[in-house]
Design a protein around this ligand. Structure first.
Ligand code: SF4
Length: 237
Protein backbone atom coordinates (compact mmCIF):
# COMPACT_ATOMS: atom_id res chain seq x y z
CA UNK A 1 0.00 0.00 0.00
CA UNK A 2 2.83 2.40 0.88
CA UNK A 3 4.41 2.74 -2.57
CA UNK A 4 1.25 3.70 -4.42
CA UNK A 5 -0.10 6.15 -1.85
CA UNK A 6 3.26 7.90 -1.53
CA UNK A 7 2.54 9.47 -4.92
CA UNK A 8 -0.23 11.56 -3.33
CA UNK A 9 0.43 14.81 -1.43
CA UNK A 10 -1.58 13.49 1.53
CA UNK A 11 -0.19 9.99 1.25
CA UNK A 12 0.69 9.44 4.89
CA UNK A 13 -2.69 10.65 6.17
CA UNK A 14 -4.56 8.61 3.59
CA UNK A 15 -2.49 5.55 4.34
CA UNK A 16 -3.19 5.90 8.07
CA UNK A 17 -6.91 6.22 7.40
CA UNK A 18 -6.82 3.23 5.06
CA UNK A 19 -5.13 1.15 7.74
CA UNK A 20 -7.81 2.20 10.25
CA UNK A 21 -10.50 1.12 7.80
CA UNK A 22 -8.76 -2.21 7.34
CA UNK A 23 -8.80 -2.70 11.11
CA UNK A 24 -12.56 -2.16 11.16
CA UNK A 25 -13.10 -4.46 8.19
CA UNK A 26 -10.99 -7.12 9.87
CA UNK A 27 -13.06 -6.75 13.04
CA UNK A 28 -16.26 -7.08 11.00
CA UNK A 29 -14.93 -10.18 9.24
CA UNK A 30 -14.07 -11.71 12.61
CA UNK A 31 -17.73 -11.51 13.59
CA UNK A 32 -18.25 -14.55 11.39
CA UNK A 33 -20.42 -13.60 8.42
CA UNK A 34 -19.93 -9.96 7.46
CA UNK A 35 -21.52 -8.49 4.35
CA UNK A 36 -20.59 -5.35 2.42
CA UNK A 37 -23.75 -3.77 1.04
CA UNK A 38 -22.14 -2.26 -2.04
CA UNK A 39 -24.29 0.56 -3.40
CA UNK A 40 -21.93 0.92 -6.38
CA UNK A 41 -20.79 4.26 -4.99
CA UNK A 42 -17.16 5.36 -5.06
CA UNK A 43 -17.07 4.75 -1.31
CA UNK A 44 -18.19 1.15 -1.67
CA UNK A 45 -15.72 0.54 -4.45
CA UNK A 46 -12.97 1.78 -2.11
CA UNK A 47 -14.17 -0.68 0.55
CA UNK A 48 -14.33 -3.45 -2.03
CA UNK A 49 -10.75 -2.70 -3.03
CA UNK A 50 -9.57 -2.90 0.58
CA UNK A 51 -11.51 -6.12 1.24
CA UNK A 52 -10.24 -7.85 -1.88
CA UNK A 53 -6.62 -6.82 -1.52
CA UNK A 54 -6.60 -7.89 2.14
CA UNK A 55 -8.34 -11.17 1.25
CA UNK A 56 -10.94 -10.67 3.95
CA UNK A 57 -13.81 -13.21 4.08
CA UNK A 58 -16.59 -10.67 3.57
CA UNK A 59 -19.47 -11.25 1.16
CA UNK A 60 -20.07 -8.40 -1.28
CA UNK A 61 -23.66 -7.80 -2.34
CA UNK A 62 -25.51 -5.13 -4.27
CA UNK A 63 -29.15 -4.28 -4.86
CA UNK A 64 -30.53 -4.08 -8.38
CA UNK A 65 -33.77 -2.20 -7.80
CA UNK A 66 -34.83 -2.56 -11.43
CA UNK A 67 -34.45 1.21 -11.72
CA UNK A 68 -30.67 1.56 -11.79
CA UNK A 69 -28.99 3.67 -14.47
CA UNK A 70 -27.24 1.67 -17.15
CA UNK A 71 -23.92 3.10 -15.92
CA UNK A 72 -24.44 1.48 -12.51
CA UNK A 73 -25.33 -1.87 -14.07
CA UNK A 74 -22.19 -1.65 -16.22
CA UNK A 75 -20.13 -0.97 -13.10
CA UNK A 76 -21.17 -4.31 -11.58
CA UNK A 77 -19.60 -6.14 -14.51
CA UNK A 78 -16.59 -3.84 -14.55
CA UNK A 79 -15.98 -4.34 -10.83
CA UNK A 80 -16.31 -8.10 -11.15
CA UNK A 81 -13.64 -8.13 -13.84
CA UNK A 82 -11.37 -5.65 -12.08
CA UNK A 83 -11.45 -7.35 -8.68
CA UNK A 84 -11.86 -10.93 -9.90
CA UNK A 85 -15.00 -11.39 -7.83
CA UNK A 86 -18.71 -11.98 -8.35
CA UNK A 87 -20.79 -9.38 -6.60
CA UNK A 88 -24.03 -11.00 -5.42
CA UNK A 89 -27.03 -9.16 -6.87
CA UNK A 90 -30.32 -9.03 -4.96
CA UNK A 91 -33.47 -7.76 -6.70
CA UNK A 92 -37.05 -7.15 -5.63
CA UNK A 93 -39.53 -9.97 -6.13
CA UNK A 94 -41.07 -9.44 -9.56
CA UNK A 95 -44.55 -10.44 -8.42
CA UNK A 96 -44.36 -7.93 -5.56
CA UNK A 97 -43.27 -5.22 -7.99
CA UNK A 98 -46.15 -6.03 -10.35
CA UNK A 99 -48.65 -5.91 -7.47
CA UNK A 100 -47.19 -2.65 -6.25
CA UNK A 101 -47.32 -0.97 -9.66
CA UNK A 102 -50.89 -2.11 -10.17
CA UNK A 103 -51.94 -0.82 -6.76
CA UNK A 104 -50.16 2.51 -7.25
CA UNK A 105 -51.35 2.90 -10.83
CA UNK A 106 -47.82 3.65 -12.04
CA UNK A 107 -44.23 2.51 -11.62
CA UNK A 108 -43.41 6.18 -11.03
CA UNK A 109 -45.84 6.97 -8.21
CA UNK A 110 -42.84 7.94 -6.07
CA UNK A 111 -43.03 11.41 -7.58
CA UNK A 112 -46.52 11.89 -6.13
CA UNK A 113 -45.92 11.65 -2.40
CA UNK A 114 -43.32 10.92 0.22
CA UNK A 115 -45.33 7.92 1.34
CA UNK A 116 -45.33 6.46 -2.17
CA UNK A 117 -41.61 7.10 -2.49
CA UNK A 118 -40.86 5.41 0.83
CA UNK A 119 -43.04 2.48 -0.19
CA UNK A 120 -41.11 2.10 -3.44
CA UNK A 121 -37.78 2.20 -1.58
CA UNK A 122 -39.09 -0.37 0.90
CA UNK A 123 -40.05 -2.72 -1.91
CA UNK A 124 -37.09 -2.24 -4.22
CA UNK A 125 -34.31 -1.67 -1.69
CA UNK A 126 -35.13 -2.69 1.87
CA UNK A 127 -36.76 -6.03 1.07
CA UNK A 128 -33.84 -7.19 -1.12
CA UNK A 129 -31.37 -5.99 1.52
CA UNK A 130 -33.24 -7.99 4.14
CA UNK A 131 -32.76 -11.09 2.00
CA UNK A 132 -29.10 -10.26 1.39
CA UNK A 133 -28.47 -10.03 5.13
CA UNK A 134 -30.09 -13.32 6.12
CA UNK A 135 -27.51 -15.15 8.21
CA UNK A 136 -25.18 -12.14 8.41
CA UNK A 137 -23.37 -11.31 11.63
CA UNK A 138 -22.67 -7.73 10.58
CA UNK A 139 -23.06 -5.47 7.58
CA UNK A 140 -20.81 -2.79 6.23
CA UNK A 141 -21.70 0.44 4.48
CA UNK A 142 -19.78 3.18 2.70
CA UNK A 143 -21.64 6.00 4.41
CA UNK A 144 -19.77 9.14 5.42
CA UNK A 145 -20.70 11.87 7.88
CA UNK A 146 -20.44 14.74 5.45
CA UNK A 147 -22.75 13.16 2.87
CA UNK A 148 -25.87 14.53 4.56
CA UNK A 149 -26.99 16.38 7.66
CA UNK A 150 -28.78 13.25 8.78
CA UNK A 151 -25.43 11.42 8.80
CA UNK A 152 -23.52 14.00 10.87
CA UNK A 153 -23.37 11.75 13.94
CA UNK A 154 -22.62 8.55 12.06
CA UNK A 155 -20.51 6.16 14.19
CA UNK A 156 -17.88 3.87 12.72
CA UNK A 157 -19.28 0.91 14.62
CA UNK A 158 -22.95 0.60 15.34
CA UNK A 159 -25.67 -1.92 16.04
CA UNK A 160 -28.49 -2.68 13.63
CA UNK A 161 -31.10 -3.14 16.32
CA UNK A 162 -33.84 -4.28 13.95
CA UNK A 163 -31.73 -7.10 12.54
CA UNK A 164 -29.78 -7.69 15.78
CA UNK A 165 -26.44 -7.63 13.97
CA UNK A 166 -23.41 -5.36 13.91
CA UNK A 167 -23.11 -2.46 11.51
CA UNK A 168 -19.87 -0.88 10.35
CA UNK A 169 -19.38 2.47 8.63
CA UNK A 170 -15.58 2.39 8.21
CA UNK A 171 -15.45 5.50 6.01
CA UNK A 172 -17.54 7.63 8.37
CA UNK A 173 -14.77 10.18 8.89
CA UNK A 174 -13.58 10.29 5.29
CA UNK A 175 -14.04 13.32 3.06
CA UNK A 176 -15.09 13.08 -0.57
CA UNK A 177 -11.59 14.22 -1.57
CA UNK A 178 -10.07 11.36 0.41
CA UNK A 179 -12.36 8.88 -1.35
CA UNK A 180 -11.32 10.28 -4.72
CA UNK A 181 -7.63 10.26 -3.75
CA UNK A 182 -7.81 6.61 -2.71
CA UNK A 183 -9.73 5.67 -5.85
CA UNK A 184 -7.17 7.42 -8.06
CA UNK A 185 -4.20 5.89 -6.22
CA UNK A 186 -5.55 2.37 -6.60
CA UNK A 187 -7.28 2.71 -9.97
CA UNK A 188 -10.60 1.77 -8.41
CA UNK A 189 -13.44 1.38 -10.94
CA UNK A 190 -15.93 4.20 -10.73
CA UNK A 191 -19.44 4.92 -11.98
CA UNK A 192 -19.21 6.83 -15.26
CA UNK A 193 -21.90 9.22 -14.01
CA UNK A 194 -19.35 10.88 -11.71
CA UNK A 195 -17.84 12.36 -14.85
CA UNK A 196 -21.20 13.99 -15.66
CA UNK A 197 -21.80 15.93 -12.46
CA UNK A 198 -23.40 13.21 -10.35
CA UNK A 199 -22.12 12.87 -6.77
CA UNK A 200 -24.68 10.69 -4.98
CA UNK A 201 -26.05 8.02 -7.31
CA UNK A 202 -29.13 5.92 -6.77
CA UNK A 203 -32.03 4.86 -8.99
CA UNK A 204 -32.16 6.50 -12.40
CA UNK A 205 -35.49 8.34 -12.06
CA UNK A 206 -34.59 9.61 -8.57
CA UNK A 207 -31.06 10.86 -9.23
CA UNK A 208 -29.76 13.84 -11.15
CA UNK A 209 -26.49 15.69 -11.66
CA UNK A 210 -25.74 18.55 -9.28
CA UNK A 211 -25.95 22.20 -10.23
CA UNK A 212 -23.10 24.50 -9.20
CA UNK A 213 -22.92 24.97 -5.43
CA UNK A 214 -25.60 22.42 -4.57
CA UNK A 215 -25.27 20.07 -1.61
CA UNK A 216 -24.50 16.51 -2.79
CA UNK A 217 -27.78 15.23 -1.39
CA UNK A 218 -29.71 17.57 -3.70
CA UNK A 219 -29.04 15.11 -6.48
CA UNK A 220 -31.31 12.57 -4.79
CA UNK A 221 -35.11 12.86 -4.74
CA UNK A 222 -34.68 16.46 -5.87
CA UNK A 223 -38.41 17.13 -5.90
CA UNK A 224 -38.59 16.63 -2.11
CA UNK A 225 -38.05 19.79 -0.04
CA UNK A 226 -37.01 18.17 3.27
CA UNK A 227 -33.25 17.67 2.98
CA UNK A 228 -33.13 15.76 6.27
CA UNK A 229 -35.63 13.23 4.92
CA UNK A 230 -33.58 12.25 1.88
CA UNK A 231 -32.96 8.71 2.99
CA UNK A 232 -34.35 5.52 1.52
CA UNK A 233 -34.80 3.75 4.85
CA UNK A 234 -31.87 1.36 4.49
CA UNK A 235 -29.99 3.09 7.27
CA UNK A 236 -32.22 3.34 10.31
CA UNK A 237 -30.09 4.03 13.36
S1 SF4 B 1 -34.84 5.51 -5.21
FE1 SF4 B 1 -36.71 5.92 -6.41
S2 SF4 B 1 -36.98 4.21 -7.88
FE2 SF4 B 1 -35.40 3.64 -6.34
S3 SF4 B 1 -36.51 2.46 -4.87
FE3 SF4 B 1 -36.50 4.57 -4.08
S4 SF4 B 1 -38.33 5.60 -4.92
FE4 SF4 B 1 -38.07 3.63 -6.01
Amino acid sequence: MTDTLNASPSASALMAKSEAVLDLLTEAAASGAAVLANSLSAEDMVLTDLIVRAGLPIRIVTLDTGMLPKESLALIEQANRHFGITIEVFSPEQSAVADFVQAQGSAYSFYDSLAARKACCALRKIAPLDRALVGASAWITGMRRDQAESRGGLPETDRDQARAIGKYNPLASWSWDEVLAYAAAWNVPMNALYQRGYVSIGCDPCTRALKAGEHPRMGRWWWESDAAGKECGLHVS
